[in-house]
Design a protein. Structure first.
Length: 243
């Protein structure tokens, strides 16, 4: 009974109990057990709990994943990554995706996405790398003024400590078949890495080793097609001028 309560998160697992269970099940990976032990007892009411009644549970999970990650890598091909969006861009995007949403629901989604950006603004932020296709720069989400403001914000974010933004230009070769979004969150040990992908029915979280290896390989492939950070800034400025 106690195990079922722990498995369904109705009962917490203390550090000593965790180490005892690891020993009982023959887990000899010290780094893995230490990382799990460090996670026990640290969770209290976090900022995203304020939104439990106003955004999807998967969004709360994503915010927690980003908050505790040791590093975050994101790929977007059509839209600007959520962590880099301006509020006006987010509002326009959700208006397109959910045209029948009530104003209060839309306000909550916009504020929630704005609050997620806190991971980039902490005193010692975890490294964040974003790769964005040029198509995302040129899609006029919200119209020209909103798009131009978003490009200016991208340039500003690219100067933040720990933030790396790179663009895959239309001229890049070898990118065919890579047209999907992903977020790779690095844990304290590889076994605790997690991939989040957008699905037609919502977010999907993946953590099986074969899946992680697949997405690590995809990331390395995409990196080879992307411009460097300074070339990226030059391209963003050029697109902004064309608007």
């Amino acid at each position: 009974m106690q195990m079922s309560h722990m498995e369904t998160a109705r009962l917490g697992v203390g550090r000593e109990r965790l180490r005892a269970l690891a020993a009982q099940y023959g887990c000899a990976d010290v780094a893995y057990v230490d990382a799990l032990a460090a996670m026990t007892g640290r969770r209290g009411p976090e900022w995203w709990e304020e939104f439990r009644d106003s955004v999807a549970p998967a969004a709360l999970d994503l915010a927690a994943l980003e908050w505790y990650a040791k590093g975050v890598q994101g790929l977007q091909t059509v839209h600007i990554p959520g962590l880099l969006q301006t509020s006006a861009y987010t509002r326009a995007l959700f208006s397109y995706l959910s045209p029948d949403a009530m104003l209060t629901e839309l306000d909550a989604e916009v504020e929630f996405r704005r609050r997620r950006r806190v991971i980039l603004e902490r005193d010692a932020p975890a490294p964040y790398s974003a790769i964005v296709h040029e198509a995302a720069l040129r899609v006029l989400v919200g119209g020209r003024d909103v798009a131009r403001e978003q490009l200016d914000a991208l340039l500003e974010q690219s100067e933040r400590p720990g933030v790396t933004i790179r663009v895959i230009p239309f001229s890049a070769e070898g990118f065919a078949g890579m047209g999907y979004s992903m977020l790779y969150a690095t844990g304290p040990v590889p076994q605790l890495d997690t991939v989040q992908i957008d699905h037609v029915h919502g977010s999907v979280f993946l953590d099986a080793e074969e899946q992680l290896a697949h997405y690590r390989d995809r990331w390395r492939t995409v990196e080879r097609s992307a411009l460097g950070p300074e070339e990226t800034r030059d391209l963003i400025r050029r697109v902004a001028r064309e608007l």
